[in-house]
Every structure is written in structure tokens, then in C-alpha cells.
Design a protein around this ligand. Structure first.
Ligand SMILES: CC(C)(COP(=O)(O)OP(=O)(O)OC[C@H]1O[C@@H](n2cnc3c(N)ncnc32)[C@H](O)[C@@H]1OP(=O)(O)O)[C@@H](O)C(=O)NCCC(=O)NCCS
Length: 145
């Protein structure tokens, strides 16, 4: 059985470990910093009491910026990412937020496909944004409230 819930800074080690084994986005210090930021919420999906995916949003006034979204490799393409995203959208709607925003590398076609399923629309582009020279594609989803 799966469970999705918000986690606090006590989960920092496990977040860092999952990140190190998936997309290596942040150092331990960056994860610690993330938990301390105003408006940051971290949600985790648990399978048999083990975290298999994490997402991080930062709420700024009436919008949420999706800063992190990753499912452990061996649990991908089984619907867990969709469960976590559905939960996140519902949470943001409960908070009366108007938009969910994110940026994704133009090279990440898997994520592109994934976000398309949730009707994220491309609203902009940041040229040469990533270390490898790829552009960041800016996406947003309008929320219902
Ligand atoms: C993107 C990610 C979160 C998707 O999680 P997931 O649990 O595998 O997603 P789901 O199983 O719920 O898939 C939902 C839909 O996304 C799309 N999708 C997911 N994986 C895909 C793949 N490998 N190739 C093509 N489309 C894919 C499909 O449309 C899929 O629906 P379908 O299985 O009915 O065809 C996961 O691949 C991941 O963690 N990637 C690395 C981190 C990352 O890129 N995060 C986003 C950066 S902003």
C-alpha cells in the first residue's frame, strides 16, 4: 500500500539519499537549506514504509513553484509519479493557489511527456540555463479554486 504525506526537516537525510540515487540535484547543505525556506513543503510517497519519491514546492503568495520531483528509478513507470502529482495538485488547490509552475530541461523528454499528462503548458524558455548548455522550458498549470 502507498501513502503520501508531508515530511519535515527530520527527513532531510532520506531526501538527500534519494536525490543522490536519482537526479543528484542538491547537496546535503542545499537540502537542509530547502527545508528552512519560507513556504517550502516537501511531500513524499511511501511504499511499505519506504520513501520511493519526493516532491518539493515553494508557495509564493498565490503560486507554487515545483522545485523538485523525482521517483526512484526502479519504481518508475508504475504510476507512482502520477499519484504524487495528483496529490500535489489537490494540495495546491486546497491552499487556494492559482498556478503550479516549474522548469524542466528541454532534453528531459520523459518529464515533458509526464507533465503533458497533467496539462502543464509551456509559457517560456531560459536559454542555456543548465550546466550542459540546454535550455530550461518554463511550464505552468492553472489550478481550480
Ligand atoms: C518524470 C517522473 C517523475 C515520472 O514518474 P513515473 O512514476 O515514472 O510516472 P508514471 O508512471 O506515473 O507515468 C505517467 C506518464 O508519464 C509519461 N512517462 C513516464 N515515464 C515515461 C517514459 N520513460 N517515457 C515516456 N513517457 C513516460 C507517460 O505518459 C506515463 O503514462 P503511461 O505510463 O500511461 O504512458 C520520473 O521519470 C522521474 O523521477 N524522472 C527523473 C526526475 C525528473 O526528471 N523529474 C522531473 C524534472 S523537473
Amino acid at each position: 500500500m502507498f501513502l503520501i504525506k508531508e515530511i519535515d526537516q527530520k527527513g532531510v537525510e532520506i531526501c538527500f539519499e534519494l536525490d543522490s540515487n536519482t537526479i543528484c540535484l542538491w547537496s546535503k547543505t542545499q537540502w537542509e537549506g530547502e527545508f528552512k525556506k519560507n513556504g517550502v513543503k516537501v511531500f513524499a510517497i511511501f511504499l511499505e514504509n519506504k520513501i520511493i519519491g519526493i516532491c518539493v514546492i515553494q508557495v509564493i503568495i498565490d503560486e507554487a513553484q515545483l522545485n523538485y520531483f523525482s521517483i526512484m528509478q526502479r519504481f518508475r513507470r508504475k504510476g507512482y509519479g502520477s499519484l504524487l502529482m495528483c496529490y500535489l495538485i489537490q494540495k495546491c488547490e486546497e491552499l487556494n493557489l492559482n498556478k503550479l509552475l516549474l522548469e524542466v530541461s528541454e532534453l528531459n523528454s520523459v518529464a515533458e511527456n509526464f507533465y503533458k499528462q497533467f496539462n502543464f503548458l509551456t509559457v517560456g524558455r531560459r536559454k542555456n540555463y543548465y550546466k550542459d548548455g540546454s535550455d530550461a522550458v518554463l511550464k505552468e498549470k492553472k489550478l481550480i479554486n
